[in-house]
Design a protein around this ligand. Structure first.
Ligand SMILES: *Cc1c(COP(=O)(O)O)cnc(C)c1O
Length: 398
């Protein structure tokens, strides 16, 4: 009898009781807008910003409507506009090139290595083509950040980090998001803290953050922000910066604050699940696991492996066989973009030329969500199923 897995790959944990209680308080008083406060009251959004800034050790933080909005705001605050070229990853999620397109910019795609990080040699070769890099730590894999920053600093390229999958992660002890001028996070349901939709933006750059705060739709109420630059930084910026509303509301902030307090415990739970799947897949012929460097401290909300140089038919066969046994795998090598798995050559609004080494890696990437509603035993079962089906298809191929 073949074992079958019956769990749901898209089921998150319930909102913790403290979060539900905090949301109730906001609903009872009715002041949902971040600037709707009574005398002496500090809005939930302002408190969340202060707490998130403290968590990652940033000077400033702004809460916004989505991760995508955090990225467009960071790009605008760095002066990116119509027809400006912006370096970014060939392997990332659609909202990343989408953020560049939203400000009228043009993505310049940089390849991916078989460690699933940005190819720093390819980046070095393209640094003269743009002034900004929107770096995506896709699926939580972090590249050699010292080398990346040295390359970008030497070329005068500003780094904006997309930390949608690295909230709580770090490289050599420095939190992801603290390397570049801006760090952008998402609090959408499938990320590390869940408010349905939402985003956070951090920076240590006073002028950049003042612009971001004005952009987000703060009217002239910037002095109500706590994790913000001093009011004098806004003196000129307040006249020059358009209001492009994308604020976070107090309900979302209320639901996020208790979750933020438990982020590191949640990270440990994710990583225990990751290690269980990883050890269950070790030594499978034809299946390559992703090396996790010692400098990288990650939060594994998903799992990837490579079926490198397999035929499309063989990979599809593995995906189908696993699906029949309840294991939902996504593949980045399909001819057509499906669900969340588009890639640089799917985004036809942005010019690109084929990248053979990157295409080889993309064609082999198999991706799986790892929600915390899975137990360790679930993860062991999932690994046994993948192991058996990869073995079966691999042996049939030889
Ligand atoms: C989810 C995600 C985003 C954007 O987040 P939204 O809040 O959905 O706009 C950005 N980058 C990556 C890699 C993501 O997975």
């Amino acid at each position: 009898m073949n074992e079958i897995f019956t769990g749901s790959f898209t089921q998150q944990e319930p909102i913790p009781a403290e979060g539900i209680a905090a949301v109730n308080v906001v609903m009872q008083h009715g002041r949902l807008h971040r600037y709707n406060t009574v005398d002496g009251e500090v809005a939930e959004v302002a408190l969340l910003e202060e707490e998130f800034a403290a968590t990652v050790g940033a000077k400033y933080c702004l809460a916004v409507a989505s991760g995508g909005y955090a990225m467009t705001t960071a790009l605008r605050a760095c002066g990116v506009g119509q027809s400006d070229r912006v370096l970014t990853n060939a392997f990332t999620l659609a909202p990343v090139p989408g953020a560049i397109a939203a400000v009228g910019g043009v993505p310049v795609f940089v390849g991916v290595t078989d460690a699933l990080v940005i190819d720093l040699d390819d980046l070095a070769a393209k640094l003269d083509q743009a002034n900004v890099l929107l770096l995506s730590h896709m699926r939580g894999h972090i590249c050699d950040m010292e080398r990346l920053m040295a390359l970008c600093d030497a070329a005068g390229v500003i780094v904006i980090e997309d930390c949608a999958h690295t909230m709580g992660a770090s490289w050599n002890g420095v939190p992801s998001g603290r390397w570049g001028r801006f760090g952008c996070y998402s609090t959408q349901t499938y990320k590390h803290i869940n408010s349905g939709e939402g985003g956070l933006l951090i920076s240590n750059d006073a002028e950049g953050m003042a612009r971001a705060i004005m952009l987000s739709g703060s009217y002239m109420l910037f002095d109500r922000h706590r994790a913000a630059p001093e009011p004098k930084v806004f003196a000129q910026i307040k006249y020059e910066t358009p209001n492009i509303s994308g604020r976070m509301d107090n309900l979302r902030a209320a639901v996020l604050r208790p979750q933020l307090r438990h982020l590191s415990e949640q990270a440990d739970k994710w990583n225990a699940r990751y290690r269980e799947v990883e050890s269950g897949l070790r030594g499978v012929p034809g299946l390559r696991l992703i090396d996790r460097p010692e400098s990288e401290s990650f939060v594994a909300s998903s799992f990837q492996f490579l079926l490198l140089d397999w035929t499309s038919d063989a990979v599809k066969d593995v995906i189908l066989r696993c699906a029949r046994r309840g294991v939902e795998l996504k593949w980045f090598g399909g001819a057509e973009p499906k669900g969340f798995t588009s890639r640089y050559d799917s985004w036809k609004y942005a010019p690109s030329t084929p990248m053979p080494q990157t295409d080889r890696v993309l064609a082999g990437i198999v991706d799986m969500r790892l929600p915390l509603t899975f137990s360790i035993e679930d993860c062991a079962l999932i690994a046994r199923i993948i192991r058996a089906e990869v073995n079966r298809v691999f042996q049939a191929q030889c």
